[in-house]
Design a protein around this ligand. Structure first.
Ligand code: SF4
Length: 350
């Protein structure tokens, strides 16, 4: 092992984090024994900083209408194979009630980009009503980038965390796969800083793995996290590493840079070393076997979705339809996943 890599791993072991460039050094130079050391360190840091608590959440899609045409997405505007749905107020609360009844207490509100269907005013009204109806979720939100004043409105309404993924940090790939307002790379990249400026306390970043070169996306994702720290004083609360999945009606797109299970595991472990206090999200895009394996190895995952649907109305209205934003591999209900992780020694938190 080079003395530089040894120095980086010693620094990581002290739990003070790594610079983005140090983190990718691990990818470039670690061999098998060093990777075992990375995984062990990730496990120790996770136990020290997060204990054995695992936070569960579920997405609630309230609209699949979208003005963008992202080539990989089932909601893209050119996809004529899916029924377009915008949940009415009562449908929205029916879905929320179903999640509540299943045991969920953390919900991620999601919608395609649309100036009316997914406006900040509409979402703020719904979030306010959730509490009034006794559905006191911890509310997270994942919609198109907004100006600061809209984030202020959402924070006053009760939104606790906003997530927005850059998809890929490779500008050329970004422009090739996106069409519509989303094509504005800088507006998207600046969104989480605006959310923090608008008073939202917790933000989440991520990269959609498979679009760009994973090493470059990983480096830029960590740099983005440091930019938030330097400009707004906080690191992101969570980082997500969704891998591209097939979507209903999307037959003309294959991930140009697929990411293997092994690389995904390494990215999560190095993230734990680089950002020891940032949560790592693992969703139902991944198979039950892989999710259980990652959790059993304690590489750093802190948040998991379970019992999820990726289409509007998928919990109480249109359960049997396959038309979600993307296909999922883990369709186990929340109770089954919670039981499984309890058997691994985790404490499920809702
Ligand atoms: S990824 Fe988001 S913005 Fe792009 S088409 Fe799908 S829902 Fe719309």
């Amino acid at each position: 092992m080079s003395s530089e890599l040894n120095h980086i791993l010693e620094k990581a072991g002290k739990g003070n984090g790594l610079l983005p460039e140090e983190a990718v050094e691990i990818f470039d130079h670690a061999s098998l024994p060093e990777w075992e050391r990375v995984f062990q360190t990730a496990c120790q840091l996770t136990r020290r900083n997060f204990g054995k608590e695992l936070i569960f959440f579920a997405p609630l899609y309230f609209s699949n209408r979208c003005v963008n045409d992202c080539r990989y997405c089932g909601f893209r505007r050119s996809n004529l194979e899916i029924a377009r749905r915008v949940l009415s107020e009562e449908e929205f609360f029916s879905e929320a009630q179903s999640l509540w009844d299943a045991g969920h207490r953390t919900v991620l509100l999601i919608a395609g980009e649309h100036p009316h269907d997914a406006s900040a005013a509409r979402i703020a009204s719904y979030v306010g009503q959730l509490r009034e109806r006794g559905l006191s979720f911890f509310v997270m939100l994942e919609i198109a980038p907004l100006p600061i004043r809209d984030y202020e409105l959402l924070r006053r309404a009760g939104v606790k965390q906003v997530l927005l993924f850059q998809e890929t940090y490779d500008r050329s790939v970004y422009e090739q796969v996106h069409d519509g307002p989303k094509r504005n790379y800088e507006w998207r990249r600046g969104a989480m800083a605006r959310a923090l400026q608008g008073g939202i306390k917790r933000v989440g970043l991520g990269a959609l793995l498979g679009l760009g070169d994973y090493r470059e996306d990983f480096l830029e994702l960590l740099r983005h996290a440091w930019q938030l720290r330097n400009s707004c004083g906080v690191f992101p609360s969570t980082l997500s590493f969704p891998r591209l999945r097939p979507a209903f009606g999307v037959t003309d797109f294959n991930p140009p840079h697929p990411v293997s299970d092994d690389t995904l595991r390494k990215m999560m472990a190095v993230t734990r070393l680089a950002l020891p206090f940032t949560g790592i999200v693992l969703t139902t895009r991944e198979s039950p076997e892989l999710r259980d394996y990652f959790l059993s190895r304690e590489i750093g995952v802190t948040h998991v979705s379970a019992g999820s649907s990726t289409q509007p109305g998928g919990y109480s209205l249109y359960k049997e339809e396959p038309e979600g934003q993307f296909s999922m591999l883990d369709s186990r209900p929340l109770a089954a996943v919670a039981k499984q992780v309890e058997e691994m020694g985790y404490t499920p938190a809702f």
